[in-house]
Design a protein around this ligand. Structure first.
Ligand SMILES: Nc1ncnc2c1ncn2[C@@H]1O[C@H](COP(=O)(O)OP(=O)(O)O)[C@@H](O)[C@H]1O
Ligand SMILES: N[C@@H](CC(=O)OP(=O)(O)O)C(=O)O
Length: 434
């Protein structure tokens, strides 16, 4: 195992690369605040590109016209490319003139899509372009902004063929990251390597195919690479001051946690604190790698450090998940919700790729709250209709209060009719109408 002393991983999400000005800010952060030693920069697609590509893919899959939407994505990237190019005043405009090649390839990929093939497999081939485009622009901009060599490396994470939710093959990923670094090791120090977040690769019948790690999976990529490279630390650059006790876009008067343990953070992310992808923490905790959450708007500010630590009681954390669906299954023959019944329900949930956010059972009925997806819920209903009477309710919200007290429960529940409620010693959760 080759170790790179002092290696760090920076992850820049969609908001921090949303346009040319944001990419230039990223360059300043790396230049003025970056480490002396080697740095891996993981980037997400620019702004809301992934949403746009999802829409384009959906149209293509249904055989509908997507040219206007694709044109808008191309124009958006072209604008950023020309602005970056004119900022650095480079005589060579290859970076801008080569950009249409990506769109040519994307167009060809979209044309090869037909509704007979697996929706999820095609999705990964298309949606991953967002990260390729942003890595291309960021590599070029960093190369011009820094006095050191900046290299690009394609997605390093090896997965299985679970399309849209690739499961990491840790052994292969470690081999691939090692291999990628070998060629660079001679004078790796002082170098910066840019790579795509969110995207993985898998070998199918001897061909390499693209996978993705699940929406918002770039934080996870940063953690996977840090784990494989035994990095000293990971920093994710966000548009907030750090990890707060609630999303400031939803809740007023938030407070920042200057320091917080892996365990507390894993739970917050699991319950839906969308600032960190829930899978990010485990690889880091396994190797004791600290995770810094810092503001790209104020890079000198302290942010939050997430690591192994003891801390006094934390301010209650508020988490809201929208677009929830409450499903209830009642046995048709009045048999109890037994282990056998539950096994059937759980297996169907797994098959339909529906993840349980909360569950509760009574004598003959079982309820689960899941993120709503019409396609997946219908698949589930088809699987279970024969054995169970099913009801579902959509357009709901799931609230979680971690480290709750009476005041925080009152603050959130007042005036709301609760459809489901659950409490442990540290966590209070309820489902209600939006
Ligand atoms: N507990 C929290 N602390 C801070 N931000 C939070 C929290 N929960 C949700 N957020 C939201 O997470 C956003 C940043 O995460 P995200 O949008 O995924 O960033 P990016 O895609 O740029 O990596 C913030 O703008 C904020 O609205
Ligand atoms: N671009 C992908 C992956 C990602 O992690 O993005 P972000 O870092 O902007 O959340 C998505 O939107 O799902």
């Amino acid at each position: 195992m080759e170790e790179l002393q002092g290696l760090q991983v920076y992850k820049f999400g969609g908001a921090s690369v949303k346009d040319a000005a944001a990419i230039l800010n990223l360059c300043r952060i790396v230049r003025d605040f970056g480490p002396q030693g080697p740095l891996v920069v993981v980037v997400s697609a620019m702004g809301k590109t992934t949403n746009a590509l999802e829409e384009i893919y959906d149209l293509a899959y249904r055989g509908e016209d997507y040219s206007a939407q694709l044109g808008a994505v191309e124009a958006y990237h072209h604008r950023a490319a020309t602005e970056l190019h004119s900022y650095f005043a480079q005589p060579d405009d290859t970076m801008v003139t080569q950009l249409p090649n990506y769109f040519q390839e994307l167009h060809q990929t979209l044309q090869s899509i037909n509704s007979v093939g697996s929706y999820d497999e095609g999705y990964d081939q298309v949606v991953s372009f967002g990260e390729s485009l942003s890595a291309y622009l960021v590599t070029w901009a960093l190369g011009n902004a820094l006095p050191k060599q900046v290299l690009y490396n394609g997605a390093l994470v090896a997965t299985d063929t679970t399309w849209r939710e690739g499961r990491v093959d840790w052994v292969k990923t470690e081999e691939r990251t090692q291999e990628a670094l070998h060629g660079l090791l001679n004078d790796w120090r002082g170098r910066v390597m840019v790579t795509e977040g969110f995207v993985g690769q898998v070998q199918v019948d001897g061909f390499t195919s693209t996978t993705t790690l699940g929406r918002e999976g770039s934080d996870y990529t940063a953690a996977i690479l840090a784990y494989c490279l035994r990095a000293e630390r990971v920093t994710i650059w966000k548009d907030v001051a750090g990890l707060l006790n609630a999303d400031p876009k939803i809740f007023p008067d938030t407070v920042r946690y200057p320091e917080i343990s892996y365990r507390e953070t894993i739970e917050m992310a699991y319950y839906g604190a969308s600032v960190i992808h829930p899978k990010t923490l485990k690889p880091l905790a396994d190797r004791g790698i600290p995770l810094y959450v810092k503001s790209f708007l104020d890079p000198a500010a302290a942010g939050t450090v997430i690591h192994e630590c003891q801390h006094p009681a934390l301010a209650p954390a508020f988490i809201r998940k929208t677009d929830q669906c409450l499903l209830s299954f009642a046995s048709k023959d009045f048999s109890f919700i037994s282990e056998e019944n539950l096994a059937v329900i759980f297996s169907a949930l797994a098959q339909a790729k529906l993840k349980i956010n909360v569950m509760q059972n009574s004598a003959i009925s079982f309820s689960v709250c899941v993120d709503f997806s019409e396609r997946r819920v219908h698949q589930l209903l088809d699987l279970l209709r024969e054995q169970f009477t099913l009801h579902y309710n959509t357009g709901l919200m799931l609230f979680t209060i971690k480290n709750y007290d009476a005041a925080s429960i009152q603050q959130l529940t007042t005036g709301r009719a609760l459809l489901l409620e659950q409490r442990t010693r540290s966590t209070f959760q309820f489902v209600c109408k939006a």
